[in-house]
Write a protein that binds this ligand. Structure first.
Ligand code: GLN
Length: 208
């Protein structure tokens, strides 16, 4: 599918993603209704608050359309967006809060860094993501290109299924994962000027 990258615009920091894709040279459009998905080459589920996001997805009638979209076209989730994509949330009964879309085979702990350090910046390794190595796939940068990760009440990935690649790591902990067309990060790449991750997703979505 050729077309813009859809930004799920129900809640959260979709506007910052719009600006980040603009820096990466990609066109975007907001998505608030199921019919708006049809034209999109890919979709971003932004950071925000996953309990609210989950409720608003149901209210907009977007749950099944999003699940269907994720079976066919690329989806990027950041922070609360990663939570929404996960197959399982650790220790949470779905009837009490977030119902995830179950498009990414991993288990996630919400607010996984606790209150003491609920927000921080740290250099993340993208060694698992060769495409992020540089503008021309610069071999020299592939050994361990770092990305400035902004973590805000971030979730933690506590388990991944066999089909899931680790594409970003903080120490030995996964902070970015990819399973086929679905890619997600626990941090906020839209809040740093580095366009590499938005460029990677733009390529996943066919160039947009
Ligand atoms: N803590 C939020 C949640 O559980 C996610 C925070 C974020 O997206 N920055 O939904």
């Amino acid at each position: 599918v050729k077309g813009p990258i859809g930004l799920l615009a129900l809640q959260g920091d979709f506007e910052m993603h719009r600006q980040a894709f603009a820096r990466a040279g990609a066109e975007t459009r907001p998505v608030r209704r199921p019919a708006e998905l049809a034209a999109c080459a890919g979709l971003v589920i932004p950071g925000g608050e996953s309990t609210t996001l989950s409720r608003l997805i149901d209210r907009a009638g977007l749950r099944e359309p999003l699940r269907q979209f994720g079976r066919e076209r690329p989806i990027l989730g950041t922070c609360a967006g990663l939570i929404m994509l996960a197959r399982r949330l650790e220790g949470e009964a779905p009837e009490h809060g977030v119902r995830t879309l179950e498009l990414l085979d991993c288990e996630v702990r919400r607010n996984g860094y606790g209150r003491q350090i609920d927000s921080f910046h740290a250099d993340v390794s993208l060694a698992g993501l060769a495409e992020a190595g540089g503008p021309e796939g610069d071999g020299g940068a592939l050994a361990g290109p770092l990305f400035r990760g902004v973590f805000i009440r971030a979730p933690r990935i506590v388990g991944v299924g066999p089909g899931v690649e680790i594409v970003a790591a903080l120490g030995d902990e996964p902070v970015g994962v990819r399973e086929g067309r679905v890619i997600a990060f626990t941090f906020h790449p839209e809040l740093t000027p580095d366009p590499r991750l938005h460029a990677v997703f733009t390529r996943m979505a066919g160039g947009a």
